[in-house]
Design a protein around this ligand. Sequence first.
Ligand SMILES: Cc1ncc(C[n+]2csc(CCOP(=O)(O)OP(=O)(O)O)c2C)c(N)n1
Ligand SMILES: [Mg+2]
Length: 355
Amino acid sequence: MGEQLTSQKRFKGLETDLSEADLKKIYRAMLVTRLFDTKSMNLQRQGRIGFYVPCSGQEAAQIGSAFALRPDDWTFPTYRDVGVAVLRGVEISKLFAHLMGNSDDEMLGKQMPSHWGYKEVNFVSVASPIATHLPVATGVAMAMKLEKTGTVVVAYHGDGATSEGEFHAAYNFAGVYKAPIVFICENNGWAISVPVARQTVSETLAAKAEAYGFEGVRIDGNDVLTVYEATKKAVEKARSGGGPTMIECLTYRMGPHSTSDDPSRYRTREEFELWQRRDPVERLRRTLVEAGLWDDSAEVKLRSEIEGEITRAIEKEEKVAMPSPRTMFEGVYSTELKSLSEQRENSVLDKVSKE
Ligand SMILES: Cc1ncc(C[n+]2csc(CCOP(=O)(O)OP(=O)(O)O)c2C)c(N)n1
Ligand SMILES: [Mg+2]
């Protein structure tokens, strides 16, 4: 997606081949994600949505990697990857529609909240059981290779996912068959309350890719430009037949695991404050200011523009009706199973909705 420029170091103190427009597009997506995230947490606390999985702190890993893709490439995200959806162009109102489970939600409320899916931007619906999407993503990448589509897959997963069997099956298969896939591991240090030190005694998670015979790199996942550069390289390699790469992005979730979690029970205040100082959104903002590309008035203007968009999106979606309970039978299988038809025929839903 990045508009390429021939010269490097075009901006003061900033080594990048991205244009000013690209840098601002990335910053906008990061700020949209942050403000959407903050608002969604508040909506849940106010009882206006049921559940949410926050992503604040991980915007650089998500947006830097997604920015290195072509629109026809495929993403297999996790529940936390709001930034990937935002960067790929999913409207804010669509994200709220999903959290509300209303009739504008593609899945009509059938998926768990934060288990996004957007066909039109190749953002595959999230699977709740950890790591189960990884063999599927690898299979899709293999299909692309066999059909010579020239596209690649980027599959996202957490540090906790590396303890699952599916992680190992996917990595081994991808390595053996040189699948055109890039694994983005968002190592945020925690799998709910389990620290990464209890997941593995390997020195790094990237070492696991090396064990399967392909490159694993560990990078600063809170520096969006580093993430973009690493992903761009890995995507180019995958596209040209060089096989998979795993990018371990060191990052942090600044909020709870989900709205049903209280991280103060297992994390220290000091740890949170350390990572707050490494806030990826603030970091890019500072970089842009230092490069002479951003200032306070641009910041105020952008924030109020995004806050306005968010407010309008919520107002719009809160007016949208809930799907009819009958829709629970629709869109589940391509050919409806007999057992499902029977359940529909025997259901009391029509009676309930008339009451
Ligand atoms: C197979 C399976 N086991 C347990 C869970 C419960 N669970 C949901 S999220 C999660 C933690 C995953 O941690 P990680 O992979 O590091 O991702 P993060 O949530 O940190 O982004 C767990 C254990 C699950 N969804 N699936
Ligand atoms: Mg984690």
